[in-house]
Design a binder for this molecule. Sequence first.
Ligand code: CP3
Length: 340
Amino acid sequence: MNDTFLRACRGEKTAYTPIWIMRQAGRYLPEYQRVRGGVSFLELCKRPDLCVEVTLQPVDLFGMDAAILFSDILILMEAMGAPLDFHEGRGPVFAETVRNQAGLDRLRVPDAEAETPFVMETIRLLRRELQVPLIGFAGAPFTCATYLIEGGSSKVFWETKKMMYTAPELFHALMAKITAATIGYLQAQARAGAQALQLFDSWAGILAPVDFVEFALPYVQEILAALRQFNLPLIYFANNGATLLELSATSGADVIGLDWRVNIGEAIRRVGERAVQGNLDPFALLLPRDQLRARIGRILADAREARGHVFNLGHGVHQFTPPEQVRIAVDAVHELSQRS
Ligand code: CP3
């Protein structure tokens, strides 16, 4: 078992810097497209045999140091009672938005084993196959709330901010419900065999720091505190979060995920005694080989003083990325970080 990733998360010495990449299983891989050709995205998420297959693809192809469960953050919202669909080219769509008390009352806190059994089954099956650690995940409550309130992806988040500023009690009640559901969901993932857990806060970066403190961070803290008993590395990734780093460091996470908009050395000084994960610009994978390797070398050098460093992209790999470039990046991280 290659435990380099877990050791780096815990701030222990490693022979080299481990790497996995966000969205490592997905559309940039022809192997994924082949599986996805036969089923819709939601069907895929509910078929443990296929989830296992696509989870393993990038690990086997490139030698990633960790696997991430193939699923989606919105699967839990569907289990809470929000009807979900994925439209080709438009992303996720919730037919019923949550914008008032009646909408909130329609949501339930599900029993994760009973209502998302395919997720737990995928984890159990993967643990039999994998030679690297398995990361489980969920969306952070703020990010999940934006999808429920907006009814899908958004650029301006008008409805979300309208609820925060004009109906804060309703907003907090929604956050509390998502938080309760997420705790049950991630605890079930830990019991099924997940070896690390990541909270994705893709939209936290749209918040002013005061609003992050009032509306988002306390719920992340509550979730991470409820997972502490499992003694697994906990990762918190707030995309566009460079202005929130000191606050994110109080989330209770062992590892702070970094997007590419901040220098990793500066970020390490700001998060203190925490390991970090990141932070190559996903589009830097388009660089010619030598420049890509040099860019990776810079990040590794700037991260020398980290308590622990898990190499990753600063956000998910883009769907048009040539897979060969991912191979170059993984090999470069492994080679350039060798410690004797
Ligand atoms: O490999 C992995 O990282 C595991 C799988 C994974 C997916 N989504 C698969 C997926 C993970 C960890 C996620 C998380 C996720 N999902 C986030 C947080 C991370 C981030 O990117 O900010 C968010 C915001 C979502 C919601 C979501 N899912 C959107 C907005 C979309 C549509 C946009 C897009 O990129 O297509 C999805 C679809 C989705 N989730 C795909 C995959 C592989 C593409 C689906 C397809 O095959 O058509």
